[in-house]
Design a protein around this ligand. Sequence first.
Ligand SMILES: [Zn+2]
Length: 69
Amino acid sequence: MSRSRNGGLTPFERLRSRFEEQDLVCPKCGYDDDDGKWLAETTGNRIQYRHLCPSCGHVRRRTYRLGEE
Ligand SMILES: [Zn+2]
């Protein structure tokens, strides 16, 4: 009754769009990777995100478990 089931994003997609809107600035060198993105890898019920800074090569990783939001 509240909202349609169509057009809703999956947890995965919501998580990803949240990432893509922010946090592309490397904490190490401060490079703003405007064209970059977090690469997602799904393993089982986990999503691992990886971002490689094109400036200094610093790699950040974040792991989320689905269904814990
Ligand atoms: Zn960097």
